[in-house]
Structures are given as structure tokens and as C-alpha cells.
Design a protein around this ligand. Structure first.
Ligand SMILES: *Cc1c(COP(=O)(O)O)cnc(C)c1O
Length: 365
């Protein structure tokens, strides 16, 4: 009998994300209003599209395995050295490398229960032991509880998304500095800044390179390049050298390198997206308030709306899907009573609003 390696056999079967394409196949729909994956509704920068289109005939070439030009541009943006950066096929890829590098089989890794699930998926996949602290009821990660579990369980890796997914909440700079200072000195802190482009740089943990800090960024959200799969990590030279040993050297799409580089040159476009997203959030807050529902103030490109119970939130999500509007919801308490809606264009928001109003009247509290 053929069996996988024991560590792999021990992993429970799971599908962390059911994509909208699968949902469309299942429901026989040819179209969905895509508000479920925090993709950008505002597309990539026209400059990125132009640069990628111009280079497309050379897709027969591998990309530069060092992503050198992009790293040079990123080193300027972040005021760090080129050898303090590594480019990967999105944060999801880099997160896998960080887990593999810093969590030994059987070792503990700490996260917030119900936060970004790909971290958990990698920890389990590499044979680590996941430990967690809960969210607070207001949607903030409970930093005190995280510190307590960190001191008890001695994880070698501690994960926090800031701004957070799925809550949209944001830990402010002073609090983040205090949290980082209070963490055990022998643990690596993986700070996932997938949504950093939606907040002011001055509100984030200041640029800082130290062996116990790894930050990740992506072109998937504000830069609207999710499908091209490209992101990067900022870390100490030593840690980058470690990740360098295990990364897939030709794992980054050549066109993505080109598009990412062009995007960095288009700051007005990023500002435009950030403003559009702010308008979308404001619309969702207003809609929720108008319906007598609470929402969580978001620092990302999505908003969580409170439906009171997990059961109602799930039913509302399913009914919206039946009407062709795809959203997601947090899976675990205390946030499982919310639905999470990505920032759409105005027509997408209108479609969501109409369907949401209709569904709410059918799915009683
Ligand atoms: C979207 C998201 C990611 C994934 O980023 P990619 O670069 O597309 O892999 C990682 N972390 C968080 C918190 C996210 O919301």
C-alpha cells in the first residue's frame, strides 16, 4: 500500500478556501459579484498592465531568480538594504517559508484563533503545533492574551496580521511597539502587513530590521495584482539568507515581477485605490447603520458587519450566494457572527446592498 510520509498522512484533509470558481461550477452560475476574497475591485495600475503587456512575448524566459530590480525599488521604498528583502509568490508562499524555517516539527507556533488561515495551514503542514489566543469581542486581536500564551507555550514563531484579516482592525503604532518589545526574545515575530498600503506608513511599526522580526507585504491588495501572485518579506540579512536556502528560486512569475515594479512607480494609482476603498467602507458602514447593524471600523479593503449570531451570518452569506453575491464570513467565535464584505466598485456595492436588504428581511434575527 502506498502511503505518504507520516507527517503528511497526519494532516487532516482540508480545503482552506473554496474559490468563487468552484462555487460557480456548483451553482451553475456564469458570474458572481466577487466580494469574498478582498481582491481589488479597482484593478491593477494601468502602468503595470502596459508594462506586463509589452513584456508578454518574453514570457518564454524565466524571470530573474533574484528579482533584483524589484528588490532595488523596494529597498528605496522601505529604506532598507537589498539583502534585507526576499520576493515570493505572494505572502502565502513566503509564510510557508517562514514556518518551514522557524517551526521545528512538534514545535509551537502562535496565532489569533480565527485569523488568516493560511498560517495555520502551513504550521500543520510542516508538522508544527498551533497554539492560539482569542480575539476580543470588539474584533481586536487580544495582545495581552497572545503574550500570556507566548510565555506559557514558548512558540518559536508568533503571527499577527496588522491590519487584521478577517476583522479589519488595526493595532496602533505605540501599542504595536510595546507588544513587540514584550514578546519573548527567542521567538520570531511574523508581522503580516498585507493591508499596510491602506494605512499611513507613519501609523505602522517603524522601519526596523532585527532577527526576531519578519514583515510581509503583497501586491495582491491595494496594487490589485492578486492573480499574478507576488509579495515580499522584509527581514534581517541573516533571516533572508535562511529563507533564500529554501525558497523556490524560479517560483516568481516573470510578468508579476514586471507588473510589481511598474506599480511601485504609480503612487497616484495607489492613492486612488485607497480613496475608493475608503468610500466603499463608508458606504458599508452607512448601510449597516441604516439596517440597525453594527460594523467594525476597518483599516483594510473589507468591512465586517454584525448579524448577531453565527447561524444568521451563515444563512445570510448562503442566501447572498444564491443571489449571485459572493462574500465570506469569519469562521470562529467571537467573530463568526459577522459577515465580511470586500470593497467593491459602486455598481458592486449597489448589487450587494440590494441583495443584502432582500436577504435580511427573509433571514430573521
Ligand atoms: C490576502 C492576504 C494574504 C495573501 O497575500 P498573497 O500575497 O496574495 O499571498 C496574506 N495575509 C493576509 C492577512 C491576507 O489578507
Amino acid at each position: 500500500m502506498i502511503r505518504p510520509a507520516p507527517a503528511i498522512e497526519a494532516i487532516p484533509a482540508m480545503t482552506p478556501f473554496i474559490g468563487p470558481e468552484q462555487l460557480m461550477r456548483e451553482s451553475g452560475r456564469s458570474e458572481l459579484v466577487r466580494l469574498g476574497a478582498n481582491e481589488s475591485a479597482f484593478g491593477p495600475s494601468p502602468r503595470a498592465v502596459e508594462a506586463m503587456a509589452a513584456e508578454l512575448p518574453r514570457i518564454s524566459w524565466y524571470g530573474d531568480p533574484e528579482s533584483y530590480d524589484l528588490r532595488v525599488a523596494l529597498s528605496r521604498k522601505h529604506g532598507c538594504n537589498v539583502d534585507e528583502l526576499v520576493v515570493g509568490a505572494g505572502i502565502d508562499d513566503l509564510m510557508g517559508l517562514v514556518v518551514r524555517a522557524f517551526v521545528a516539527p512538534g514545535g509551537a507556533a502562535l496565532t489569533t484563533r480565527g485569523s488568516y488561515p493560511t498560517f495555520n495551514y502551513h504550521v500543520t503542514g510542516y508538522g508544527g503545533r498551533l497554539v492560539s489566543a482569542s480575539y476580543r469581542d470588539d474584533g481586536m486581536p487580544d495582545l495581552d492574551a497572545l503574550l500570556e500564551v507566548a510565555n506559557q507555550e514558548k512558540p518559536s514563531l508568533i503571527y499577527l496580521a496588522n491590519p487584521d484579516n478577517p476583522s479589519g482592525t488595526f493595532v496602533r503604532k505605540e501599542q504595536m511597539i510595546a507588544f513587540f518589545d514584550a514578546l519573548p526574545r527567542d521567538a520570531v515575530f511574523l508581522l503580516d502587513e498585507a493591508y499596510a498600503d491602506f494605512v499611513d506608513e507613519s501609523d505602522l511599526l517603524p522601519p526596523h530590521v532585527e532577527d526576531r522580526l519578519i514583515r510581509t507585504r503583497t501586491f495582491s491588495k491595494a496594487y490589485g495584482m492578486a492573480g499574478s501572485r507576488i509579495g515580499y518579506a522584509i527581514a534581517s540579512q541573516t533571516n533572508i539568507a535562511t529563507l533564500q536556502k529554501i525558497r523556490l528560486h524560479y517560483g516568481v512569475n516573470r510578468n508579476a515581477q514586471i507588473g510589481a515594479l511598474a506599480s511601485l512607480d504609480d503612487e497616484p494609482f495607489r492613492r486612488y485605490v485607497v480613496d475608493e476603498v475608503a468610500a466603499a467602507r463608508a458606504d458599508y458602514y452607512r448601510l449597516a447603520a441604516d439596517l440597525g447593524l453594527a460594523s467594525i471600523e476597518s483599516f483594510t479593503n473589507f468591512v465586517c458587519i454584525d448579524l448577531g449570531t453565527a447561524d444568521r451570518a451563515t444563512r445570510v452569506m448562503n442566501e447572498l450566494l444564491a443571489r449571485g453575491v459572493w462574500i465570506r464570513k469569519p469562521g470562529l467565535p467571537p467573530l463568526d457572527r459577522f459577515v465580511r464584505v470586500s470593497a467593491g466598485t459602486e455598481p458592486m456595492r449597489d448589487a450587494f446592498e440590494a441583495a443584502f436588504r432582500a436577504v435580511l428581511s427573509e433571514v430573521p434575527a
